[in-house]
Design a protein around this ligand. Structure first.
Ligand SMILES: N=CN[C@@H](CCC(=O)O)C(=O)O
Ligand SMILES: [Zn+2]
Length: 401
């Protein structure tokens, strides 16, 4: 079965050449993109979809979510809006609510959130554990997460649960918890921050998880300067996320990690993932996306969907914020939310280790994850902030919106 999507006013490919085509068309065969080019040159296909002059982008790749949890933290949010500052301790409130929910309840909640994200154009999504915080509960969370997310990240090192002794808890994370969770996860993450895990504890967790075969990610430099970025780069993490408080040496280390990047054939560096919705909700200074891009760092934008600091999966909103408040161009912001997310998940090229197709850009052979805007150009995402601009979505070649 082939599908021709034609009469596309603007096709923002986010491919290797950063091509933006006008009056374009795309042919989808099964789950893959089979052809892209000028509408006038398009081959015949079994079905035709008339985009009627709209803009087509890759589906959003949301590379940082905490999708699976129960409860909400409205009271904490209200207190923050009244002047309180965010602290890691709130994670414990969600831990209690999550532990109290059954696996079926957690799965229903997560499926509903995943469906919301898809309706907003998110076709590929990472999700972390981190609200179980015991071997039994983290394993259960990982099992649920694997049923609803494309990529699973083990975040046992999210918070030391109340009453636990920190080093004994780290022993559990790198011992039985890692053994129980790693069969369900591709990645491991640590919240390297005051109030969560210090540098030595974070290093211990990351090194143990790498030894168990998991790829690394880090929550770092969110609430103040710290060791997160340095550690992430040193240990070859795929991404370091938040990055609000950066020293010049952090930016240089991130940029240097990309010096030998050859388009995905060789090793990748560490992506800096900006989480603008979280920054607005916590009233942290926005991550310095412009400074990072100017320094040569690869940047991703993600939603950080979670009940504490960012209760939204709206990637349109994150992209709008990146343009209006972080100084990115529309093309840069869309790239960070598509190709950048894929790069942060090592899914930006070809067929990866487990045979999955590349996501995050519109190129022949890549997965047909497409986001049609109800607008003639991607610029409208920033020009018409907050408007419901998602018109249609294809995920692996299937129209889902
Ligand atoms: N910063 C650490 N973890 C989450 C927040 C989790 C929570 O507060 O529940 C984040 O990415 O913002
Ligand atoms: Zn997070």
């Amino acid at each position: 079965m082939s599908l021709l999507i034609t009469n596309i006013a603007e096709l923002m490919t986010q491919d290797g050449e950063h091509r933006v085509l006008k009056n374009a068309a795309v042919v989808v065969e099964g789950e893959r993109i089979a052809w892209i080019g000028q509408a006038d040159d398009a081959p015949a296909a079994d079905e035709v979809y008339d985009a009627e002059g709209r803009a087509l982008l890759p589906g959003w790749v949301d590379s940082h979510t905490h999708l699976v949890f129960a409860g909400d933290r409205t009271a904490e949010f209200e207190a923050r809006m009244a002047g309180e500052s965010y602290s890691a301790g709130g994670i414990g409130v969600t831990m209690n609510a999550t532990r109290a929910a059954s696996d079926e309840e957690l799965l229903d909640l997560a499926r509903a959130r995943r469906a919301e994200a898809l309706r907003g154009g998110t076709t590929y999504l990472e999700a972390k554990t981190g609200y179980g915080l015991s071997t039994e509960h983290e394993e259960a969370l990982a099992r649920v997460t694997a049923q609803v997310a494309d990529e699973v990240t083990f975040l046992g090192a999210h918070l030391v649960p109340k009453g636990a002794e920190p080093d004994a808890y780290v022993d559990e994370v790198v011992g039985p918890m890692l053994t129980a969770v790693s069969p369900h996860a591709r990645w491991a993450d640590v919240f390297c921050e005051r109030g969560a895990f210090d540098e030595a504890q974070s290093r211990r967790v990351l090194e143990a998880c790498a030894a168990a075969g998991l790829g690394l990610r880090v929550h770092g430099n969110q609430l103040g300067p710290g060791a997160g970025v340095r550690l992430a780069v040193e240990l070859g993490a795929a991404s370091v996320d938040h990055v609000n408080h950066l020293e010049d040496s952090d930016v240089t280390a991130l940029a240097d990690s990309w010096a030998a990047y050859d388009g995905g054939r060789g090793p990748r560096g560490t992506v800096a993932t900006c989480l603008p919705a979280c920054d607005l909700s916590t009233r942290e200074p926005l991550a310095p996306g412009r400074r990072l891009l100017d320094a040569g760092v690869q940047v991703a934008i993600a939603s950080n969907l979670n009940p504490g600091t960012s209760y939204t999966s709206a990637m349109n909103y994150c992209v709008t914020t990146a343009v209006l408040q972080m100084g990115l161009s529309v093309h840069e912001a869309v790239r960070a939310a598509t190709f950048g997310g894929a790069l942060a998940l090592h899914r930006e090229v070809g067929e990866d280790v487990d045979g999955r197709r590349a996501v995050g850009s519109i190129a022949v052979g890549h997965r047909a994850d497409l986001h049609l805007l109800n607008a003639p150009s991607a610029t409208h995402l920033a020009y018409r902030p907050g408007m419901p601009l998602t018109h249609a979505v294809w995920q692996a070649g299937v129209q889902v919106v």
